[in-house]
Design a protein around this ligand. Sequence first.
Ligand code: SF4
Ligand code: SF4
Length: 308
Amino acid sequence: MGQKYNPEDFRMRIIPVEWLSKAKEEYLRFCQTADFSPEERKSYVGSRVLDLPELPFTPVSIIIIMARMSMKTAVFKRGGKIVTDLFRAREVSIDGYLNSLYAGKGYHLVNERNLPQKILAVCSGLGKYGKNNLVYEDEWGSFIQLETYISDVPYETGLIWRDIVNMDSCESCGVCMRLCPGGAIRKDRFLLELTRCHGWLDVTRQLPDSAPHTIAPCCVCQRNCPKNSGWRSNNETVEFSEEETELLMAVHEVPGEPFKLTFGNMSDTMRSWGYPEPLVAKVMKLGIYPWTLKDIPAKLEHMFSHTA
Ligand code: SF4
Ligand code: SF4
């Protein structure tokens, strides 16, 4: 029997596929008004899918779907020192849920992550924009996974296209702007200054040594946002012993070049490194992106060496 899903774990909108052109207009309008550096322009505009790709079916709708993420605080120990890191874990499968709704009904669903997802989520009324450029769900805050699918599932009727504005609470807040370690959230610009965001610098391997390094991407702007205050009650501590931390800090060879770890082969790869089963389970629990597994030794080394 297939896995049972709780609809309460998901929020979704099914919008007409024609709305992609409205989203494109909005997106390009943002891009035209921002003082982008060439690097930012490449990242913001170059990688986005703003027109419908070729598909083996006639697209009718775009499904925008979000699911709550749970929070895990990982505690690592070495030589009497303790460091912590906050992870956002995906515990429910959006793919699985959509399959449970539509499999066997003759519909097509193509997961396209490079659509202007946030604009589609906000303009369809599924979420709201924060000053930190993240999408918020009323109850869950910004700790959500967001996916978009081009499909031929009939779209909902009566939907209204909404303007792009920040949440009301952002007006009198500004916490994320004040605390952002890179100064990426600017008062005079709607979009983040991407090349100052530590998350982006980390992914592109340009994070300076003087910046805090963490295994999980920087989430200072999310962790401290008043609209996310609920995460502490949705937080589990995952503790790694000194022995387990030592194993995590050993640099292992990764089979295959270029590095091709996926969620599917991640556990087996760790087992092949001699990780005992409880350690594999703990790492998997954190929802670490497979492609960041190889960075753990260097990240932990940095975290320990910058902790008194
Ligand atoms: S920290 Fe304040 S300004 Fe920033 S997104 Fe949250 S509510 Fe908005
Ligand atoms: S992820 Fe970190 S660096 Fe990037 S905008 Fe948020 S607080 Fe700033």
